[in-house]
Ligand binder design. Structure first.
Ligand SMILES: NC(=O)c1ccc[n+]([C@@H]2O[C@H](COP(=O)([O-])OP(=O)(O)OC[C@H]3O[C@@H](n4cnc5c(N)ncnc54)[C@H](O)[C@@H]3O)[C@@H](O)[C@H]2O)c1
Length: 380
């Protein structure tokens, strides 16, 4: 019997437009999906580029106004892969039109936007998900399993960072295509919402809610030419952000993100230290975890380098043969496959919009603490 179609309309043909389109196309080839994803339409403002994207990925049609996409009766799922200032408006309209909604992170530019988005999807009772894709790295999923099995015992420390180096030049302009991340009105914040949001989402998934934070941020380059106006304008984003926090479970943590760490392109690392065990993960080596268990027999006790590629590792039975690695794009395939199964069974698939809101509450507290120079409680 032919599978029910899941008709997808995507907004944005940039970096994430590509990762999501690839996921929609590949998921059914490697996972037994309950539905057949159909690439119905791509929406972006530039017709020529939308057309070329659509030809490359096999979309059936294009739109240049997301409102038209949301109004279309032949679309079931709106996927938001456009900059942060578009998320709330599109998601709320899509939910009100009864569409399933997937949205890129951060959910909103701040928690007020995110809360309105949560209200919209929960009122309309539509399935929803935020693309915090690092929850679908097999090694990170294995780590979650080990933590949930109690192997670490009481958790004392969590440590995460996300380092890049692409904005160091003072000649780099802000705003517009490719550089909207430097324009605070579009991005909402700098590395706090862009990079730390990933670290925070994974951290709360692994180690529970964060109770309070104390932070510092810095904008190293105070003025940059704005691409849309041609004028030199103040830079409103945080170039670097670091915070200490306390989790609800009593553990202490440090988080750091920057776009000024020369030599680092996307160095997302995390470490967790418990009473019995410790583990370390690094995005540059994403199929491995370093694991130390103090309960191992003394003479051979040491750090294990676990290559997460075996058939009994999370998701890996869907891929090649044991020992062969998968990569970044697979995290999006896993996420979409999990979501397709969840919507078929009427269940939620995390991270939901409500989970995305929880991260926005933390990033708001981080930015507030950097302003007030005080410890701040996380709302919500
Ligand atoms: N999950 C992740 O790891 C990850 C990685 C990168 C980006 N992101 C998030 O994905 C989103 C998009 O980022 P990106 O790197 O793909 O950006 P990008 O600049 O590469 O692409 C953005 C796209 O949105 C389109 N767009 C902008 N305004 C629009 C509008 N009003 N209507 C229709 N289309 C519009 C642009 O034309 C472009 O195609 C952001 O929210 C970002 O934070 C997430």
């Amino acid at each position: 019997m032919a599978k029910k179609q899941l008709n997808i309309g995507i907004v944005g043909y940039g970096f994430m437009g590509r990762t999501h389109s690839n996921a929609f196309l590949q998921a059914g080839r490697f996972f037994d999906l309950p539905c057949q994803p159909v690439l119905k339409a791509v929406c972006a403002r530039n017709v020529e580029r939308a057309k070329s994207f659509s030809d490359n990925w096999g979309y059936e049609s294009i739109e240049t106004d997301w409102r038209k996409l949301v109004d279309r009766k032949d679309i079931d799922l709106i996927d938001i892969a456009s900059p942060n200032d578009t998320h709330a408006e599109i998601a709320i309209a899509a939910a009100q039109a009864g569409k399933i909604v997937m949205c890129e992170k951060p959910l909103g530019r701040n928690s007020s936007e995110a809360l309105a988005m949560v209200d919209a999807v929960e009122t309309a009772k539509v399935a929803n998900m935020v693309w915090y894709n690092y929850r679908r790295v097999p090694a990170v999923v294995l780590l979650k399993k080990l933590i949930d099995e109690g192997r670490f015992g009481r958790i004392f420390h969590y440590r995460a960072k996300f380092l890049q180096d692409w904005t160091i030049s003072q000649d780099l302009p802000q705003g517009g295509e490719g550089l909207w991340r430097l324009d605070v009105s579009v991005a909402g914040s700098g590395v706090t919402g862009d990079l730390l949001a990933h670290n925070i989402d994974t951290a709360m998934w692994l180690n529970g809610p964060i109770r309070e934070v104390t932070a510092m941020t810095e904008t190293f380059i105070k003025e940059r030419k704005h691409n849309l106006t041609g004028e030199v304008a103040p830079v409103g984003i945080d170039d670097a952000s670091a915070f200490l926090c306390r989790f609800e479970n009593g553990s202490l943590a440090t988080f750091e993100a920057t776009r000024y760490a020369r030599g680092h392109k996307a160095l997302y690392t995390l470490e967790i230290n418990g009473e019995h065990a410790s583990a370390f993960w690094d995005l540059h080596d994403l199929h491995r975890i370093q694991y130390f268990d103090h309960r191992d027999e003394g003479q051979v006790r040491g750090w294990r380098d676990i290559h997460v590629t075996d058939g009994d590792h999370p998701y890996m039975d869907h891929w090649w043969v044991p020992g062969l690695q998968i990569g970044y794009e697979h995290t999006f395939i896993h996420q979409f496959a999990d979501f397709a199964v969840a919507i078929d069974t009427g269940k939620e698939a995390a991270p939901t919009f409500r989970d995305g809101l929880a991260t926005d509450y933390v990033t708001d507290a981080v930015l507030k603490s950097a302003r007030t120079r005080q410890w701040e409680n996380v709302s919500g």
